[in-house]
Design a protein around this ligand. Structure first.
Ligand SMILES: Cc1cc2nc3c(=O)[nH]c(=O)nc-3n(C[C@H](O)[C@H](O)[C@H](O)COP(=O)(O)OP(=O)(O)OC[C@H]3O[C@@H](n4cnc5c(N)ncnc54)[C@H](O)[C@@H]3O)c2cc1C
Length: 455
């Protein structure tokens, strides 16, 4: 069954003279429910070799700052403890991905890793795979952070949720299988010396961007991710169909854990399906959750994987949306603000300012407010292009779940991607518009503001 998740990237055969099977862990920072780790262990058992897990900390990682690195570092500590306990070697190295991998590959029998969905990570992989091929080392990519591999889901850019939904639903049951790992036959005690203490010395040596500080609202790692998830299954999920209200705060808060691969979306899907199929929670709540976790999340990965220029203003939106923005390029803006105003919580709009506080101080923002926030920046920016750049920059700098395929798809959604045309109006043209009247009519929005003002 697990074979469906594995893609062999080159034609080389396993190098039996290698000293271990190498798993370059990048996107799936966990040991639980990790098919890439399982596949590496399986291969190592067959070859009579140990597995080594390598994690590379590259200070040049696009848009990553201290907030992200701190969350990541907390997760690596969990990985280390867990690998040590089961006899798998773990090394954390600083440096450029390609250089570190090139060096480590020299003694490997085979390379396992996860596929990437963003262009810069795919370029890094392609460089590494070339080096591996030059050394006759077989390379395997194993889908670990999606329920259905991106290419199996669809071979093309999907237009909207309604076009990818039937493709995903048709296949999903074939991907629900047991993720219990095989026992490790060749144990090693060769663990990393790093990862003791808070990480300060580590980050200093790496020279990373420290302007945006870590947050106490979320702790990284597979342990925290599973605790949050178990608690949500018991206390939150049954009300998920009412989760659109930002005042109620009843979404799962799993997005950062999914981004760092601290938890498996397949495990999450299976848990919710079990509760649904056994009638243990209201169907409306479970189905609404699976719509986000499976359909919307995998649609976002389809977008960044297949759409050329997913991260550029000229190409991220559909043609009708780009045209309507051109038609309304000269429209007068009622208010004009900049990033500095947003970060000082200094617009005239208390709901927007509250949302900005949630983002800056917690690394998170409720989905309804993310939509409102993006739409307001479009309304208040001198140009649509400037709005796009502002939204994407803030999104990826402050959110712990930023820099994800979902980030690019969601920001593009503000500009018409995966959406439809609406009634034409100034500045927005046919792009969907949102205003504060909607927030006041539908939600207890003052309670949301009060909560954010206490942060
Ligand atoms: C302008 C804008 C920017 C956004 N930026 C990001 C981002 O940088 N990173 C990010 O992960 N999400 C982003 N989202 C999508 C969504 O807001 C977050 O995924 C969600 O708020 C995370 O909270 P949660 O885990 O409590 O979600 P829940 O409501 O509990 O949903 C469960 C999971 O489903 C997935 N999901 C939920 N909503 C969406 C969606 N609209 N599209 C795709 N997948 C979804 C997420 O993985 C989420 O963790 C953005 C949305 C907008 C409108």
């Amino acid at each position: 069954m697990m074979k469906r998740l594995i893609e062999k990237i080159n034609n080389h055969v396993d190098k039996i003279e290698g000293s271990h099977v190498l798993y370059w862990m990048q996107a799936a920072q966990r040991t639980a429910h990790n098919p890439a780790l399982m596949a590496a262990v399986d291969k190592a058992n067959r070859l009579g070799l140990p597995v080594k897990v390598l994690f590379v900390l590259d200070a040049g990682f696009k848009d990553a700052n201290l907030r992200h690195f701190t969350f990541l570092y907390e997760g690596l500590k969990d990985v280390k403890a867990s690998l040590e306990a089961c006899g798998i070697g773990f090394e954390v190295k600083q440096g450029s991905f390609v250089e570190v991998l090139e060096n480590d590959l020299k003694v490997a029998a085979a390379l396992f890793t996860e596929p990437a969905y963003l262009d810069f990570l795919r370029t890094i992989r392609s460089d590494i795979y070339q080096k591996a091929s030059a050394m006759d080392i077989p390379v395997y990519e194993v889908t670990t952070n999606l329920i259905i591999p991106v290419k199996a889901a669809s071979e093309k850019v999907e237009f909207a949720a309604r076009t990818i939904r039937p493709k995903l639903l048709r296949q999903v049951d074939a991907y629900l299988f047991d993720e219990t790992p095989a026992p490790i036959e060749n144990r090693t005690t060769n663990a990393s010396a790093y990862l003791d203490g808070s990480g300060d010395a580590f980050f200093e040596a790496m020279d990373i961007d420290t302007a945006i500080k870590p947050v106490g609202s979320f702790k990284g790692g597979q342990k925290a991710a599973h605790e949050q998830w178990e608690s949500y299954l018991k206390h939150g999920l049954m009300r998920y169909d009412a989760s659109g209200d930002p005042a109620k705060d009843i979404t799962s808060k799993m997005s950062a854990y999914l981004h760092f691969g601290h938890i498996s979306p397949r495990k999450m899907y299976a848990d919710v399906r079990w509760l649904l199929d056994s009638g243990s929670i209201p169907a409306k709540a479970a189905e609404a959750y699976l719509e986000q976790l499976l359909i919307r999340r995998e649609l976002a990965h389809n977008f960044t994987y297949h759409a050329e220029g997913y991260d550029r203003f000229e190409t991220m939106a559909p043609a009708w949306a780009l045209k309507t923005m051109r038609d309304h390029a000269e429209d007068r803006r009622g208010y004009v603000y900049t990033k500095t105003d947003y970060l000082a919580f200094a617009t005239h709009d208390p709901y927007f300012n509250a949302a900005m506080k949630e983002m800056v101080k917690t690394g998170y923002m409720h989905n309804t407010m993310r939509m409102y926030w993006g739409k307001k920046i479009i309304e208040w920016s001198k140009t649509h292009r400037e709005a796009y750049e502002t939204i994407l920059t803030l999104n990826n700098a402050y959110f712990l779940d930023g820099r994800d395929p979902v980030s690019y798809a969601s920001v593009a959604w503000c500009f018409g991607r995966h959406d439809q045309g609406w009634m034409e109006r100034p500045v927005f043209g046919k792009l969907r518009y949102m205003n504060d009247k909607g927030l006041k009519r539908k939600y207890d929005i003052e309670a949301y503001v009060a909560r954010c003002n206490k942060l």
